[in-house]
Design a protein around this ligand. Sequence first.
Ligand SMILES: [Zn+2]
Ligand SMILES: [Zn+2]
Length: 392
Amino acid sequence: MKANVWHGRNDMRVENVPDPRILNPRDAIVKITSSAICGSDLHLYDGYVPTMEAGDILGHEFMGEVVETGPAVRNLKAGDRVVVPFTIACGGCFFCEQQQHSLCENSNPNAWMAEKMWGHSPAGIFGYSHLTGGYAGGQAQYARVPYADTGPLKIEDGLDDEQVLFLSDVLPTGWMAAENCHIQPGDTVAIWGCGPVGQFAIQSAYLLGAERVIAIDRFPDRLQMASDWSRAEALDYTACDVADTLREMTGGRGPDACIDAVGMEAHGAGPMAAVDRIKQMMRLESDRPMVLRQVLRACRNGGTVSVPGVYGGFVDKLPFGALMNRSLTLKTGQTHVQRYMQPLLERIRRGDFDPGRLVTHRKRLDDAPDAYRMFRDKQDGCVKVVLKPWVH
Ligand SMILES: [Zn+2]
Ligand SMILES: [Zn+2]
């Protein structure tokens, strides 16, 4: 089959690789009909995630048709259409039973690597380094899906791929980011980053009762999407002082909750941002926490900071004193996708979300390397790219 394969920093190639096979009784093989590129894939592309190996197949937002099932998979059969959650979870362990699927104790065969880095291991993730399991991803024509009897969501009606594909990650991720804000009626929520997760976080915050949502970015197309589609008040951080503006907009108090939907490769100006860039390049600091610093300072006293943005390792100069002295609550985590897929599918059916509108570009799998470049450089108004593995 064809797959998008990582070879190193800024080096991805579409290659012929062996077809995946059933390895365990609970596996299924899915023929992939749509596969998206995620903002977090850019951290792999830019070479900031450790334990990637040349030959790794990328991609964790995908869906398709079941073509084969292991003997223990009784809920799916060949021909079923499924969306696959990016977090791999067994469904039966201590964490899965509490619906904390991204913490599954059984799905990361390389747990020892994660324990060295983070103390304990989270769940395995498709196409996202050996630290999270070394699983082949879904930017390919086929994928092996472990625990297929519990993870994948069957799509039985006529909703097309682009309406349901984002249940694999960015829609539940935006939703959980907003849910983590414990929004009360009348609240103001500020969201840094107007990419796909940011857009869904804005929309989710309104659905969860926020009165005002303020969105922060620097790319005009994304700010436009945040105001026109997601109905946020959009701020261009290159044209204003974000901290001052937020204070003014909230009567001097600050937003009730702040969301960092940017993560480890935040951009910024000033000496601190320059130091981060240099330290990250020299591998003295794994992450650039510009946004996280701003968020911790901007949030009102007693407010909540929610972090869906991906961080990999260590950050410097984090104003932890702001968090402690001002009684902030910090909520974060990889998304417990399995918990949210069914309820969010219902919301798509009801019209609360129209996820297909996120897609700005559709490309052949063969064009994946170009698509990554376009997406990283935010060329041509690119917000979300969907790859079509079977279009030639
Ligand atoms: Zn993703
Ligand atoms: Zn589990």
